[in-house]
Structures are given as structure tokens and as C-alpha cells.
Design a binder for this molecule. Structure first.
Ligand code: TRP
Length: 333
């Protein structure tokens, strides 16, 4: 039997190349060797944005369309929206009973979030009970399907550790060996930076979206930062100090191209504008098929809805089976 993987993403709307190269492309590979459950974490979105839900449905669709366009395959993986699986919320409740308060209080991501929230005005500046419990909710997402592995970024590893702690505690408390202790699965691909050299992020206005057109992508790439010390195009360049463009080449180019570009740049034979024009074209080449697929789904939202419906049905069947056993272990009525 294939080992099982569970991973989720918050519905933040249209995804960018950081998501594609850092997360989704990895999922696409994993789905060949593992029994994969990929979900849109809409309850997690509520932990901080409970008062901004106007775009939630569209954001869920956008995230799903990006996944499908990039090659997450409903024939291989189970793709669903978290809130369509009410069993997860029941499991969350049981797990909350056995989780010591200080286990969630020491969560590093939560501490960071608390800091950010405190700096905001108004209602959303306090930490609500739901946000406090979000590492436990994440645990429920994972244990609901008794996952073996959880592909996550380094910032989420602490949560998978907590998941292991809670799984172990459940097994102890109810004197069973029901839950696996799932392991984080780190992706070793290099992170793509934003057009300004900082971390790529939607709110930093420095991203290239998966769904951006070729024209927009080309234009955005022209704004990328290069070697700041270079004044004229025939000055010798310093590829290793080029803050964005050469880094992108290392991701999108093949070995030959990268070497040629390095040589030409160092000899002053390649201006930054030309270099970025070529780079834009290169990125567009890689994204062309994905964007075409995305367009197909945009024009057929009912296809996407159906994929999510089928995925939820499949996930729910499994969740129900697992929850039945959990209820019996806890001796619920
Ligand atoms: N907490 C994750 C994030 O903010 C998303 C997430 C929710 C998740 N539940 C999960 C990831 C379960 C992996 C497994 O990015």
C-alpha cells in the first residue's frame, strides 16, 4: 500500500511562482508515489480573516485552478476544501481535549502572528480562541487521514512536531496504537525571491502570478533588480551580485544557458535589459502550458466545482471510517 500524504494551503487567492516552484511542483511529483490528500484550508483562513470573507469562495476556486493548471491531478490525488469535511472539526474537538494549553502557547508561528496582530487596529488585533487552536486544527487535518508524511515549508515543521506529540498522547490516553506519528517532508528546492530581491509574496507586490499573461510577466520581469553596481550595458557585470535576474536564470535556464549568460555578463557583452527580455521569454515558455490549462478551468468553473465535489466525497468517506474508530476508542456514545 502507498504511504499517505496530507498537505494544505490557505485560500489566499491567485498563487505565484513561489507557490508553484516551492510547493505545487513538489506535490505534482509526490502524487505518483503516494496516496495524496491536498486541501484548501478555508477554516484556517477564518482564524485571522473571519471578518473578511467576501472573496473567500473565489479565492478557493483560484487556488484550486492554479493547482490543477500546474498538474495536481484529481485522478491521482484527492483534492478538497477543508470545510466540506465536517469530520475534521469533530476530530479537532477531541484533540483539543487532550492538548495541554502550553503546547499551543509555545508555537513559534503563533507567537509571530500575535505580534503582527497586536500592531493592527480594531477587532482583528486580538487573538481569538480559534486562532489559538489553529495548530490543533492543523493536527486534525493531518490525523483525520492518518498521514505518514506532511510536505511543508520549514516554517511549518513545528506544527508537524506538535502533530506527532498529540498523536502520541492520543495513543497513550486511549491505550491504543491508532495514529501514526507523521513526519514532515521538506522540499529541497531553492526558494524563488520576489522581483525586488525580497521574499516573494502577494502583499509585497513583487510577485509573478501563475495566472499572469505572457505580456504581464514580461513587463514584470523587466522591473526585476539586477547588478546594482552596473551603470552601462558594456560594463563588466557581476552575475553573483545580480540580485534577481541571474537567480531566476539559475531556476529557469539550462546549464548551457546559465554558463553563456554568466560569461557574456562578466565580459560586458550582455546588457541587463536584453538579459531580462530573454528571461521573460524563458519564464513564459515554461509557464505557457500551465496558463493554457488555467484558462480552460477559468472558462469552466463547473468542472472545478465538480472536481472539488468528487474530492470531498472521497475524502469524507475515508474520514468517516477513521472517525468511527476514533469515537469507539474514546468510548463516545
Ligand atoms: N498551516 C498551513 C499554512 O499556513 C496550512 C495547513 C493547514 C496545512 N493544515 C495543514 C499544511 C495540514 C499541511 C498539513 O501554510
Amino acid at each position: 500500500m502507498q504511504k499517505r500524504i496530507v498537505s494544505g494551503m490557505r485560500p489566499t487567492g491567485k498563487l505565484h511562482l513561489g507557490h508553484y516552484l516551492g510547493v505545487i511542483d513538489n506535490w505534482v511529483k509526490l502524487q505518483n508515489d503516494f496516496d495524496c490528500y491536498f486541501f484548501v484550508a478555508d477554516w484556517h483562513a477564518l482564524t485571522t480573516k473571519y471578518d473578511k470573507t467576501e472573496n473567500l469562495r473565489q479565492d478557493i476556486l483560484d487556488v484550486t485552478m492554479d493547482w490543477l493548471a500546474c498538474g495536481v491531478d484529481p485522478e491521482k490525488s484527492t483534492i478538497y476544501v477543508q470545510s466540506q469535511i465536517p469530520e475534521i472539526s469533530e476530530l479537532h474537538l477531541y484533540l483539543s481535549m487532550i492538548t495541554p494549553q502550553n503546547w499551543v502557547e509555545r508555537d513559534p508561528t503563533l507567537k509571530d502572528m500575535a505580534k503582527i496582530l497586536k500592531s493592527k487596529e480594531g477587532m482583528a488585533s486580538q487573538i481569538n480562541y480559534g486562532l489559538m487552536g489553529y495548530p490543533v486544527l492543523m493536527t486534525a487535518d493531518i490525523l483525520m487521514f492518518n498521514a505518514d508524511f506532511v510536505p511543508v515549508g520549514i516554517d511549518q515543521v513545528a506544527h508537524v512536531e506538535l502533530t506527532r506529540d498529540i498523536a502520541r498522547r492520543f495513543n497513550n490516553v486511549y491505550n491504543c496504537n491508532f495514529f501514526n506519528e507523521p513526519q514532515p517532508k521538506l522540499n529541497n528546492c531553492s526558494l524563488i525571491c520576489g522581483l525586488d530581491g525580497n521574499k516573494m509574496g502577494k502583499s509585497f507586490n513583487n510577485d509573478i502570478k501563475i495566472s499572469d499573461t505572457a505580456e504581464i510577466t514580461a513587463k514584470k520581469v523587466m522591473s526585476a533588480i539586477t547588478d546594482r553596481s552596473r551603470m552601462r550595458k558594456d560594463d563588466p557585470g557581476h552575475p553573483d551580485e545580480c540580485e534577481v535576474a541571474f537567480k531566476y536564470w539559475k531556476i529557469f535556464g539550462n546549464e548551457n544557458e546559465i554558463e553563456t549568460i554568466r560569461c557574456e555578463c562578466e565580459k560586458g557583452l550582455r546588457g541587463c535589459a536584453d538579459c531580462k527580455r530573454q528571461l521573460g521569454a524563458k519564464i513564459n515558455e515554461r509557464m505557457a502550458e500551465i496558463r493554457e490549462k488555467r484558462k480552460y478551468y477559468e472558462e469552466k468553473p463547473e468542472v472545478v466545482q465538480n472536481i472539488l465535489k468528487d474530492g470531498a466525497e472521497k475524502a469524507r468517506k475515508e474520514a468517516k471510517n477513521i472517525l468511527k474508530e476514533i469515537r469507539s476508542l474514546i468510548k463516545m456514545y
